[in-house]
Design a protein around this ligand. Structure first.
Ligand SMILES: Nc1ncnc2c1ncn2[C@@H]1O[C@H](COP(=O)(O)OP(=O)(O)OP(=O)(O)O)[C@@H](O)[C@H]1O
Ligand SMILES: CC(=O)C(=O)O
Ligand SMILES: [K+]
Ligand SMILES: [Mg+2]
Length: 477
């Protein structure tokens, strides 16, 4: 049985806040756990990060931890009742000066500039566009709206203007403080919400660097401006996320399928990994099986070339948080068997700039043309497995590193299966056979399996891969 290539990101929340639930999420197949700093207090989320780490350690599994910064998300504030039941043509007033729990005569908003940045006729979208309002009048701080399309409005749901243009700075004071506060916590990825330009990414990186925090940056593409600057944002980031919730509201959901393909393609050309997020299994928040449309959506994201698919409320607050991961695993496996997911035509005509790039390409070419069980990449930084995984193939890549940090970052790369392997414990000229022996012990390989193995000749230097061998796995210990 081949391992699943596509990675699963699962968001932790009230539905998954115990050790046993997080353990079950990992066992069901979650590769990366996401903690969203938009919710709860920092202390609560910190506990969740530590709990997630504890569960992974106890299971002896390599799991990535991703922290999603709140970003300048505009949200309505607390409500008097559990929710407002908004009907078509109802009137509702948004007012940033309101600090008490609101009702339809006035609901607080965390954006003081709102009355200045909207004009009569603007369309405002609440809760990822589930509810639509039209601005009818502005009286001082009060933005008077009419409900165009109604629904239940829960407290703290997001607010966007159709077409974009509500202008909070990209990195808020809370985000900056959160970047400082996460120092020392076991975090592998930091997701930046609503970046507009590459400068936003570089600024966040400088803050992480000040704290000596090696976490990788995932740029969430979720506003119209980010699409305009997509190539420079991808270049400045370590990975990107197609954050379809807010993006669909800003650019209009009808544009999403095309934009998703575009972002995945641009990222792939720059050798960056991609997460496709939001509403992938939405109906499973309350139903035990997904819709046919959701199954197709996940499969299509995989055929588009995404590295990972993400679950949000499905695992954070849904009724079937473990089951949804198990079902997503099956959908991914089936999609990966499709012919289109296997075709390897990319890059055959481009020139390589570095030797590790050419080794990665050669390994994939051989893997796709010779009868080979697996690719085994001995890696320091994870860069060779990343390059390998950009080339489509069905052959699993076992990426072995002595750095636990590198192993956890590789949880994001499609087709790459990280294995912790401390080469320094072998006092031998050629560690290749020990690497294969370890994979036999782990029951990943059998004696006699043919594999491609890549490595560098100096241990301790990343980007130094210069050797490719075709070997037969043998027991040596
Ligand atoms: N502590 C929590 N962590 C995560 N989700 C929570 C939490 N409490 C409640 N939830 C619910 O689960 C949903 C999870 O989705 P997600 O974390 O992606 O939220 P979001 O607000 O849509 O994301 P973002 O802030 O990144 O746009 C939320 O909309 C919320 O209703
Ligand atoms: C994930 C997220 O932030 C979004 O889809 O908007
Ligand atoms: K967020
Ligand atoms: Mg968002």
């Amino acid at each position: 049985m081949k391992p699943r290539r596509t990675k699963i990101v699962a968001t932790l929340g009230p539905a998954t806040d115990s050790k046993s639930k997080i353990t079950d999420l990992i066992l069901a197949g979650a590769n990366i756990l996401r903690i969203n700093l938009s919710h709860g207090t920092f202390e609560q989320q910190k506990e969740k990060i530590l709990l997630a780490k504890e569960c992974a350690t106890e299971l002896n599994k390599i799991v990535g931890i991703l922290v999603d910064l709140q970003g300048p998300k505009i949200r309505i504030q607390a409500l008097e009742e559990r929710y407002l039941n908004l009907q078509e043509n109802d009137s509702i007033v948004l007012d940033p000066t309101i600090t008490y729990p609101g009702n339809t005569d006035g609901v607080g908003v965390n954006h003081p500039e709102l009355p200045k940045e909207v004009v009569v006729g603007d369309e405002l979208l609440l809760d990822d566009g589930r509810i639509t309002l039209s601005v009818k009048d502005i009286q001082g701080s009060r933005v008077i709206c009419q409900v165009i399309s109604g629904g239940k409005l829960l407290p703290f749901k997001g607010l966007n203007k159709k077409g974009g243009g509500l202008s909070l700075p990209s990195l808020t004071e809370k985000d900056k403080q959160d970047i400082r506060s996460i120092t020392g916590l076991p975090i592998d990825f930091v997701a930046l919400s609503f970046p507009k330009t590459a400068d936003d990414i570089r600024y966040a990186r400088s803050l992480l660097k000040e704290q000596n925090n090696p976490a990788h940056i995932v740029a969430k593409i979720e506003r119209a401006e980010a699409i305009e600057n997509i190539d420079e944002i991808i270049e400045a980031s370590d990975a990107v996320m197609v954050a379809r919730g807010d993006l669909g509201v800003e650019i209009g959901y009808a544009e999403l399928p095309g934009i998703q393909k575009y972002i995945i393609n641009r990222a792939s050309l720059s050798d960056k990994a991609v997460i496709t997020a939001t509403q992938m299994m939405e109906s499973m928040i309350t139903n035990p099986i997904p819709t046919r449309a959701e199954v197709s959506d996940v499969a299509n994201a995989i055929l588009d070339g995404t590295d990972a698919v993400m679950l949000s409320a499905e695992t954070a607050s849904g009724e079937f948080p473990i089951k949804v991961v198990a079902i997503l695993h099956e959908i991914c496996k089936a999609a990966e068997r499709q012919r289109f997911a296997r075709a390897a035509r990319n890059r055959v005509e481009s020139l390589c700039e570095r030797s590790d790039e050419s080794i990665a390409m050669a390994a994939m070419y051989i893997a796709n043309h010779l009868k080979i069980k697996a690719i085994v990449a001995l890696t320091e930084s994870g860069s060779t497995p990343l390059l390998m995984s950009r080339i489509r193939s069905t052959i699993p890549i076992y990426a072995m590193s002595r750095h636990a940090e590198t192993c956890r970052r590789m949880t994001l790369f499609k087709g790459v299966h990280p294995v912790y392997f401390d080469v320094t414990q072998f006092n031998a000229w050629d560690i290749s056979k020990y690497a294969l022996d370890k994979l036999i012990q782990m029951k990943i390989l059998k004696e006699g399996d043919n594999v491609i193995l890549t490595k560098g000749n100096i241990i301790g230097i990343g980007g130094n891969t210069n050797t490719l061998k075709i070997l037969e796995a043998k027991n040596v210990t």
